[in-house]
Design a protein around this ligand. Structure first.
Ligand SMILES: Nc1ncnc2c1ncn2[C@@H]1O[C@H](COP(=O)(O)OP(=O)(O)OP(=O)(O)O)[C@@H](O)[C@H]1O
Length: 570
């Protein structure tokens, strides 16, 4: 059972203590029953010793019950924290295509919904386990009083529980359907909040969007109501059956057992005591499948992300092109030593986006291009020609299907990919600007002020306590802050995907005529995707992308000239 394995593997520390507390609470409950039976024999006087023992037993029960609940809740939260951190870590290690394919809704489902299910269910399961142990003790006690009553009571309880289970066969499917419907609602919410402007601008679009979210929400409501109704019906049925069980003990058993009248009071009391635990255990057992499902979702997500990372590691270790020495891997920790890039390149690189059935939907390559330090390279080409895809491959965000990524002419091994990415500042067209300057530890205030002034943002924004004072800015202004951040990172490679497209004509000229030459003068590898032909002559190289293929258009590759006359000819 997945749940048991996970508990043993992830939170083994308190299992002994929980088992001990379970035994204490079960013994305390059985002792309570014994004390009630003993007191009922002496109903004409109050025995102080029995009262004291009763008080001690109740205290033991309360202490052990509390300890079980508190420990189980704490362990459940620890488990959830572990899972969340593992999934976060797996996300940051995965490649972009996998994360995009999995989607925000599925990740949200796992990180929020499934972990919450575990947080709710695990402490209840601990109580279920406690009640199950208690049932074993109560069964012994009942069997000691009257074997016949014990057999009848448990047979009847078994019947009640099995009727209940037969009625909850479809519980799992209902949960799955409800989870899918909730994910669809979340998708719709994302479309509504992120596409708010578009929805607000068109009644038909907004109607269709809200209609789709409404349909998903209504599906979720129907399934959730069905699930809860079934739960309530089952609960009532089982309650009624347990009252019938008490009737069985009082009216039917005396008919078949002559000596029964001597133990009728303790047996009936014991039967009353087993009603609660049986009800709890039968209520809790379906929750095992809920927890198993949540766990399986979390583990599947981890596996999908890890598999993608694994595939990537393999493809990144593509064969070394002839004549190029690979970057060395340090054997001790397996991390490659990556030299500071003076040039980065793609050699015969290829990649295809794939449909769900695995067929390629769009392919780039073979791509061969080199980008050098102290040079500005422009990449141009029509919409959808593959420029951003090429940048994603060049920056190590997506695995190559074939070909090689090179630094200073040597292939980058899988173990060095993060090192490689750490050398690149990239501002993609869908750049996300955070208010906090993550990863830039205590920047020099004078330098920050200088950069803000250089980017003409000094009157709008400042940096305080490691964060921009605001990011509520225009698209062009946010891109300028992204460039401030990139300059603060001061990495040897800078990649800008249509950065200038959002700038006004004045600042566009500043960008091409001043900022790019400054970056070039600092010796950086500067790569810009751009459509601004007016400034093409400022670039050292211009590549043209067309239908996934890359062609050098400036400087034009030299045509092979007439052959030099040989010595003999001379
Ligand atoms: N995440 C993705 N999943 C699947 N296919 C994608 C994805 N992103 C892009 N594509 C496909 O790759 C093609 C090239 O997209 P890409 O963004 O690389 O083009 P681009 O040259 O940067 O275009 P633009 O100038 O419009 O930004 C697109 O036509 C699209 O079909």
């Amino acid at each position: 059972m997945r749940l048991a394995k996970v508990v043993l593997r992830e939170i083994p520390q308190n299992l002994k203590m929980l088992t001990f507390m379970n035994l204490v609470s079960a013994i305390a409950t059985t002792a309570l029953l014994g004390l009630v039976a003993a007191a009922s024999q002496e109903a004409d006087k109050v025995d102080a010793r029995l009262v004291l023992m009763y008080a001690v037993t109740i205290t033991l029960f309360c202490v052990s019950h509390n300890a079980i609940l508190v420990t189980a809740s704490r362990d459940a939260e620890r488990l959830i924290h572990t899972f969340r951190m593992r999934v976060f870590d797996a996300v940051r290690r995965a490649d972009l295509v996998t994360v995009e394919r999995i989607g925000r809704a599925a990740l949200h489902g796992v990180l929020i919904q499934d972990t919450q299910i575990l947080a709710r269910v695990l402490p209840i399961l601990a109580v279920g386990a406690q009640q199950a142990v208690m049932l074993v003790f109560l069964a012994y006690y009942l069997a000691y009083l009257s074997p016949l009553a014990c057999v009848l009571a448990f047979a009847f309880a078994g019947l009640a529980v099995s009727i209940r289970y037969r009625r909850t066969r479809s519980f799992k499917e209902m949960l799955a359907e409800s989870g899918q419907a909730e994910a669809d609602v979340f998708d719709g919410l994302t479309d509504l909040t992120q596409g708010f402007k578009e929805a607000r601008m068109s009644r038909r679009r907004a109607d269709a969007l809200v209609g789709a979210v409404g349909a998903a929400s209504s599906r979720a409501r129907r399934v959730n109501v069905e699930t809860k109704t079934q739960w309530v019906r089952n609960f009532s049925l089982i309650e009624a059956m347990f009252y019938a069980l008490i009737g069985l003990m009082v009216f039917v058993v005396p008919l078949v057992s002559a000596e029964y009248y001597k133990v009728v009071v303790p047996v009936t009391t014991a039967a009353l005591f087993i009603v609660g635990p049986i009800s709890t255990v039968s209520f809790v057992t379906p929750m095992v499948s809920m927890a198993e499902r949540a766990l399986s979702n979390i583990e599947d997500m981890e596996r999908r992300l890890a598999e993608a990372a694994g595939r990537w590691a393999v493809t990144a270790d593509a064969p070394v092109p002839a004549g190029r020495a690979p970057i060395e891997e340090r054997p001790a920790d397996g991390v490659a030593t990556l030299p500071a890039p003076r040039s980065i390149a793609l050699a015969e690189a290829g990649f295809a986006y794939r449909n769900d059935d695995g067929t390629p939907s769009f392919a780039v390559g073979p791509l061969t291009a080199e980008f050098r330090g102290g040079e500005v390279t422009f990449i141009t080409g029509g919409n959808g020609s593959g420029k951003s895809t090429m940048l994603r491959l060049l920056t190590g965000l997506m695995p190559l299907d074939h070909g090689t990524l090179l630094v200073n002419g040597a292939p980058v091994p899988a173990a060095a990919l993060q090192d490689y990415r750490d050398q690149i500042s990239a501002i993609f067209s869908d750049y996300h600007l955070s208010r906090r300057l993550y990863g830039v530890a205590s920047p020099d205030p004078a330098r920050v002020q200088g950069l803000l002034t250089r980017l003409e943002m000094q009157d709008k924004v400042a940096v305080a306590d490691g964060a921009f004072t605001t990011v509520r800015l225009s698209t062009g202004q946010r891109k300028r802050l992204a460039l401030v951040l990139a300059q603060l990172e001061d990495k040897p490679v800078i990649v800008l995907d249509e950065w200038a497209a959002d700038q006004d004509p004045h600042f566009r000229a500043v960008f091409y005529e001043q900022l790019l030459p400054e970056l070039k003068a600092q010796g950086k590898v500067v790569i810009c995707v751009t459509h601004d032909e007016r400034w093409f002559d400022l670039a050292d190289r211009v590549y043209q992308m067309s239908e996934g293929r890359l062609r050098l258009v400036h400087p034009l590759p030299l045509e092979p000239g007439p052959a030099e006359p040989t010595e003999a000819q001379a």
